[in-house]
Design a protein around this ligand. Structure first.
Ligand SMILES: C[S@@+](CC[C@H](N)C(=O)[O-])C[C@H]1O[C@@H](n2cnc3c(N)ncnc32)[C@H](O)[C@@H]1O
Length: 201
């Protein structure tokens, strides 16, 4: 299977740190070349974070999965604002999950981190799945993610994904409609779309 990059042992000087403020929180992230959006929180991920926070109450204590977490931008942001969520962050690339673990510590929040191809090593069901999903790996993997997501949501559980219009938004929306029976665009900005599907609606 093609990933974003071939994972391998990295030397200490291949890693670096960057700092960024977003939604009134200052973050410091450890990063490295080749991880997605290595120098800043991705614009699409920012829209997803904002939209998710607008859709849940601040005392939300649900089980949340950030699938394809990379170095941890989405999950760590959510946990900073929603202290009570039970958060799992996952990625197929071990360098990414190692960075996510470190970044949780640096930013003083907690989550479970799992290295897994899609849902293979995730045996729980979630109230919410949020994802800036892998697109460059191709439609087969993206559609498998869509198909498997519903099996890992509780009844009435919700999937939030961000995707660019020019990178297959319509086809993912149609796919999610066929799987969930519903899919709405809850937000769009600068070509990024947030799609939401609800299980059993
Ligand atoms: C678009 S990036 C998003 C990264 C991060 N969430 C962010 O917002 O910066 C997609 C992520 O999916 C991961 N990925 C690729 N294939 C995967 C798979 N089969 N299972 C799980 N994650 C995968 C990549 O390693 C990458 O970190």
């Amino acid at each position: 299977m093609r990933h974003y990059f071939i994972d391998r042992e990295r030397k200490i000087d291949e890693f670096f740190f960057f700092e960024e403020s977003f939604l009134d929180v200052n973050f410091k992230f450890k990063s490295c070349n080749d991880v997605f959006s290595k120098n800043e929180i991705d614009e699409g991920s920012k829209l997803l974070i904002k939209t998710f926070l607008e859709n849940v109450s601040s005392d939300c204590n649900s089980k949340v999965l950030d699938l394809g977490c990379g170095y941890g931008a989405i999950g760590i942001n959510l946990k900073k604002h929603l202290n009570d969520i039970d958060l799992t962050m996952s990625d197929v690339v071990e360098t990414a999950t190692n960075l996510a673990e470190t970044n949780l510590e640096i930013n003083e929040v907690c989550a479970k981190v799992v290295t897994t191809n899609l849902f293979d090593n995730l045996d729980e069901d979630f109230d919410y799945i949020v994802s800036n999903p892998p697109i460059k790996t191709g439609k087969t993997l993206l559609f498998k993610f869509a198909e498997d997501s519903i099996k890992h949501l509780k009844q009435k559980g919700e999937l939030f994904v961000v995707i660019r219009k020019d990178l297959g938004m319509e086809s993912l929306k149609n796919k999610l409609k066929s799987i969930y029976g519903n899919c709405e665009v809850v937000k769009k900005n600068k070509g990024f779309y947030i799609l939401k599907s609800v299980k059993g609606e």
